[in-house]
Design a protein around this ligand. Structure first.
Ligand code: COA
Ligand code: AMP
Length: 639
């Protein structure tokens, strides 16, 4: 089938289309209904079906005779270590650890928090939860104890899984003290913590609370997969919203397995036996979908990489990985390649490796900016005989798989630089203006998806149906609001230009400026503040804070910055990359009192800034520009 026909069928006959895809999986009970609505009116896929995601990711391939094939490769330049697991070995490890969780009292529906570095055990932990129907919630290892505590209190886990440390380049980050701090401040701490002791650091264990990972596994009886309802949650993944409270995106078992398996062919054009590498972290959605679940559902070999694009040991790290593990499909964030380009602009290190196994390079997490696309095309396509397509695709934690992509496994389309190409089957993507009218082709508007969303997309938010409605469904009835703005061009290509809310993307990490503002506003000297994401060549965006002091407070610019940087680092984590602030006399506002954050952002990056007609006093812009110059913010930076 060509892309157009497949897409049309998915929109006009979604139930026929997704039934066909669901038939590709081995269900315990095939769903009675394909699409239905629950008691809240939310769409649900495959209600009544029973399956087990871990069984589909591991056992099925063993039953099909692929037991000896490599399922997972762990490669860690950080720990100078490698491990390989066949499907049989991985299944056995997962079954044992699942048994270990059961021995701690974990049952179907219980939540388990996973706060781990990029080690094979993180994948084993997630699959083990799936095997027994426990709901995992992975918290990115770069988040501070406060962020972990917030997630613990929302998910109320029975058990928390962690490791003694993570390794950032060569820096050892001890996790256990961070976990202990989070447990102390959480209102609903789990009673049990399982710790993977790594050779680089020894965690101090508390008797009665902490269990040694290895001992637990050694003593456990392997667990069989249990039948789970398709609509039961597989995991909760917290993601940044507009406030300090992250949104708990819920992923169900049935829709997720169906859509992810479908995506492995339709989007990535992979087949069983291929080697697939998503260079991300299990703490992010890319890690959930394309390090853990999708490659295994498709019978591929997946890679867990504990390293960086650069300095582990050099900017040839990715090329070394591709060559050594004969990777066929590689997926990472543009920021990673910007880091490589900075250190090795002529890609000299690429010449040291044979990357002929690589068929396609996929990028997501942020817009693939045209200069990075051009550079990648140049270095990967010197020889037209072995040209490697470079594919941007757009998606979100909420969807779990690509909303727009070049459908490489259906019918590859011509690439337009700066566009993630077309909507994937199942996604009826529209661009609407503020009044809800469809924008003319080429006009910028809010990107929305007509309901129902396809399988794998969030059915709701954990414990918060109201917030789900209000955040995503209320602005345009009948549509899901993506929070991104962009255009659909004459040929139907979608261009995603950026967020319309307080979400920013810092080195591929999704963060909330709203949350940073809440924290800064808590500083005793601050009367009001605005945090805005300013364009940054390497990281995409970096957050910068502007504060107005309370009357009578005297504090220097440097002192204020030092204190605010410390607050964000302590409360959110180093990963927020909050490094710069400026004290200003006033913030630009509309006459109705709304802070003009976009105008502040433009002042930092553009020489000409159109004064918004709604501003109450245009002179404020000159004052802010002066502070930016003085503080070296944005375009005034000397770096
Ligand atoms: N655990 C603990 N700390 C972490 C962390 C983790 N998992 N990840 C990042 N940090 C810390 C870093 O150590 C650093 O701390 P520091 O300020 O004390 O030095 C800080 O957070 C900022 O990190 P980062 O923004 O990652 O900067 P960097 O200079 O360490 O690395 C890149 C820059 C571009 C190499 C790196 O950000 C990168 O590889 N990005 C790609 C991200 C990605 O693939 N995202 C997936 C989305 S698809
Ligand atoms: P996350 O939920 O962390 O995956 O972040 C999702 C957000 O990242 C999206 O809403 C976009 O703002 C941005 N994003 C991800 N991929 C792309 C892309 N290919 N092009 C443009 N923006 C992207």
């Amino acid at each position: 089938m060509n892309y157009h026909d497949e897409y049309q069928q998915s929109i006009e006959q979604p139930e026929v289309f997704w039934r066909k895809q669901a038939e590709q999986l081995k269900w315990y009970e095939f769903p009675e209904t394909i699409l239905s609505q629950d008691e809240h009116g939310f769409y649900r896929w495959f209600a009544g079906g029973k399956l087990n995601t871990c069984y589909l990711a591991l056992d099925v391939h063993i039953e099909d005779g692929r037991g000896e094939q490599l399922a997972l490769v762990y490669d860690s330049p950080a720990a100078d270590s490698q491990r390989k697991f066949s499907y049989l070995e991985l299944r056995d490890e997962v079954a044992k650890f699942a048994g270990g969780l059961q021995s701690l009292g974990v049952e179907k529906g219980d939540r388990v928090i996973v706060y781990m570095p990029m080690v094979a055990e993180a994948v084993i932990a997630m699959l083990a939860c799936a095997r027994i129907g426990a709901v995992h919630s992975v918290v990115f290892g770069g988040f501070a104890p406060n962020e972990l505590a917030v997630r613990i209190d929302d998910a109320r886990p029975k058990v928390l899984l962690t490791a003694s440390c993570g390794i950032e380049f060569s820096k050892i980050i001890e996790y256990k003290p961070l976990v202990d701090q989070a447990l102390e401040s959480a209102k609903f701490p789990p009673e049990k913590v399982v710790v993977l002791q790594r050779p680089q650091a020894q965690a101090t264990m508390q008797s009665g609370q902490d269990y040694d990972w290895q001992e637990l596994t050694n003593l456990a009886a392997p667990a069989e997969p249990v039948a789970i309802d398709a609509t039961d949650p597989l995991y909760i993944l917290y993601t940044s919203g507009t406030t300090g409270l992250p949104k708990g995106v819920v992923r169900d078992n049935g829709g997720h397995a169906v859509a992810l398996k479908y995506s492995m062919k339709a989007v990535y054009n992979t087949d069983p036996g291929d080697v697939f590498w998503a260079g991300s972290d299990v703490g992010w959605v890319v890690g959930h979908s394309y390090i853990v679940y999708a490659p295994l559902l498709q019978g591929c070999t997946t890679i867990v990489y504990e390293g960086k694009p650069v300095r582990t040991p050099d900017a040839g790290a990715f090329w070394r990985m591709i060559s050594e593990h004969k990777i066929n499909t590689f997926f990472t964030a543009p920021t990673a390649f910007r880091a490589i380009k900075k250190e090795d602009p002529e890609a000299k290190l690429l010449k040291q490796y044979d990357i002929s196994s690589l068929r396609t390079l996929f990028l997501a997490g942020e817009r693939l900016d045209p200069p990075t696309y051009d550079w990648l095309m140049e270095i990967l396509n010197e020889d037209p005989q072995s040209a490697i397509p470079v594919i941007d695709h757009w998606w979100q934690t909420e969807t779990g798989w690509a909303i727009c992509s070049n459908p490489m496994g259906i019918e590859p389309q011509a690439v337009k630089n700066g566009s993630p190409t077309f909507p994937m089957p199942g996604y009826n993507v529209q661009v609407l203006d503020e009044e809800g009218q469809v924008c003319k082709r080429g006009e910028t508007g809010n990107i929305v998806i007509h309901l129902p969303l396809p399988p794998s997309c969030l059915p709701t938010l954990w414990n918060d149906d109201e917030r789900f409605k209000q955040s995503y469904l209320s602005q345009y009835p009948g549509y899901y609001l993506t929070g991104d703005e962009g255009i659909k061009d004459e040929d139907g290509y979608i261009f995603v230009m950026g967020r319309t809310d307080d979400v920013i993307n810092v080195a591929g990490h999704r963060l909330s400026t709203g949350e940073m503002e809440e924290l800064i506003a808590g500083h005793p000297a601050v009367a009001e503040c605005a945090v805005t994401g300013i364009d940054n060549e390497l990281r995409g965006h970096v957050p910068v804070g502007f504060v107005v002091l309370k009357d009578g407070i005297e504090i220097s610019q440097d002192q204020m910055q030092q204190e605010l940087v410390a607050i964000i680092r302590r409360e959110i984590g180093a990963v927020a990359y909050f490094r710069q602030t400026g004290i200003v006399k006033r913030l630009p506002k509309t006459r109705s009192g709304k802070i003009l954050r976009k105008t502040i952002r433009l002042l930092a990056i553009a020489t000409e800034v159109v004064v918004p007609p709604t501003i109450d006093d245009p002179k404020i812009l000159d004052e802010i520009r002066e502070v930016m110059q003085e503080r070296g913010i944005g375009q005034y930076s000397s770096a």
